[in-house]
Design a protein around this ligand. Structure first.
Ligand code: PLP
Length: 401
């Protein structure tokens, strides 16, 4: 399903607070912060010329976040950055003087962090990031996981010293429980979704994601003409679309939000003209995108700067994982988890439909940017869906150099 954005706010400038959050200056600060983190390296940007040719476009460029900070997803940027910013802000209040983001390792800042606890709900990746940020500054973290989060993903979070709380029900239930418990205990909720009255911290999380865009735009010879980004609550899509709109103004690329058909909260909100909660149905294999209600801030941004909203089916997600694992025509192999290749799956669906392609102005000159948002964050599930282990697929890329 595909829907052009016809919202009354479409084309309106971003609200000042959203524009500041995603500004070039803020993105520069975020990048500087990550460049000082010991384990940080820019992730690769892969060109897929053979796939581009097959789809009738000039270029397909995949930013491969499977390599991010040892966490295997772009989420490593958001939660960990937000935790560190919040610790710095708290330390400034305690110490009565200004501090920079790079002061996070000072003993007096760590002393303040030791008294702080950060909590969040997660499908897996965001919780790992919050736990990682907390561990890095010496704070505590408590991560709330719902019934659908796999044991492997829970273990990966616990490795960062987090306390795990299991919540019966869905992701939305875990968000509500995290908010309730954190409020009662005086802990700070670092959520990747926002709701009325709770916008600042999710804004920091989205600000953290801008680091990948700065890197990607430097890695490309020319800016993209089209961008397809998958959505859970819409945070990464909104950070991308908003930042590109601020950077390029009227020359910004066309932007498409891609939802799983089974959890299409952005698509359905676009259809309704306002943010709505969608009905739970069967779970989607795109586990990280299984969100039933959009983030308020993300919706506010996307309703202004997304050109279209679309859905992809379960088999599209699996088929793109396999295509990326077994590329043709000399394209590099890419390890994409169940939610990783979904933006690209959106491009494939549009490019194969002449009417949609024309509606979006996709031509033989188009340069399309997508984000592989995760590698094999659940290696067993990856191997079951692709028939190869993530290591085998990754080895193909390194053998090719
Ligand atoms: C791998 C991956 N891709 C995409 C998303 C969607 O991000 P958002 O919820 O910000 O839309 C997530 C969210 O957890 C994710 O983990």
């Amino acid at each position: 399903m595909f829907l052009a954005n016809t919202h009354a706010d479409f084309g309106a400038p971003l609200l000042i607070e959203d524009a500041e959050m995603l500004s070039l200056a803020a993105a520069g600060d975020v990048e500087r912060h990550f460049s000082q983190r010991q384990d940080h390296r820019p992730t690769p940007l892969h060109a897929l010329p053979a796939l581009a040719k097959e789809l009738g476009v000039a270029g397909v460029f995949v930013k491969d976040e499977g390599h991010r900070l040892g966490l295997g997803s772009f989420k490593a940027l958001g939660g960990s950055y937000a935790v560190i910013r919040l610790v710095i802000e708290e330390a400034e209040r305690h110490l009565g003087r200004g501090l920079g983001l790079d002061d996070f390792d000072r003993p007096e800042v760590r002393a303040v962090a030791a008294g702080m606890t950060f909590g969040c709900a997660t499908d897996g990746n965001h919780g790992r990031s919050v736990a990682m940020g907390a561990e890095l500054v010496g704070a505590k973290s408590v991560i709330f996981v719902h019934a659908g989060v796999s044991e492997k993903r829970i273990e990966a979070i616990a490795r960062y010293g987090a306390e795990i709380v299991r919540v019966a029900g869905t992701y939305d239930d875990s968000v509500a429980e995290a908010a309730r418990v954190c409020e009662a205990r005086g802990w700070t909720v670092v959520s990747d979704t926002s709701w009325p009255g709770y916008e600042y911290i999710p804004g920091l999380v989205m600000q953290g994601y801008t680091a990948l865009l700065c890197e990607a735009l430097r890695q490309m010879d020319q800016p993209p003409t089209h961008v397809f980004v998958q959505a859970g609550v819409g945070g990464i899509a909104a950070a991308t679309a908003g930042h590109l709109a601020l950077r390029y103004g009227d020359d910004r690329p066309r932007f498409v939000v891609v939802d799983p058909a089974r959890a299409a909260c952005l698509y359905e909100s676009a259809k309704a003209g306002h943010p709505i909660k969608v009905q739970h149905g069967e779970p989607t294999i795109m586990a990280m995108l299984e969100c039933y209600e959009p983030s308020l801030v993300a919706w506010r941004i996307l309703s202004r700067v997304a050109d279209a909203f679309m859905t992809v089916d379960e088999e599209d997600a699996v088929s793109i994982m396999n295509r990326l694992a077994r590329p043709v025509g000399g394209d590099p192999a890419i390890v994409a988890g169940e939610s990783g290749g979904v933006g690209l799956a959106g491009l494939v669906a549009v490019a194969r439909d002449p009417v949609l392609g024309e509606a979006l102005g996709l031509t033989a000159q188009s340069r399309v940017f997508v984000i592989n948002t995760e590698g094999a964050t659940d290696p067993e599930r990856y191997a079951a869906l692709v028939g190869l282990t993530a290591e085998t697929v990754a080895d193909q890329t390194s053998e090719r150099g």
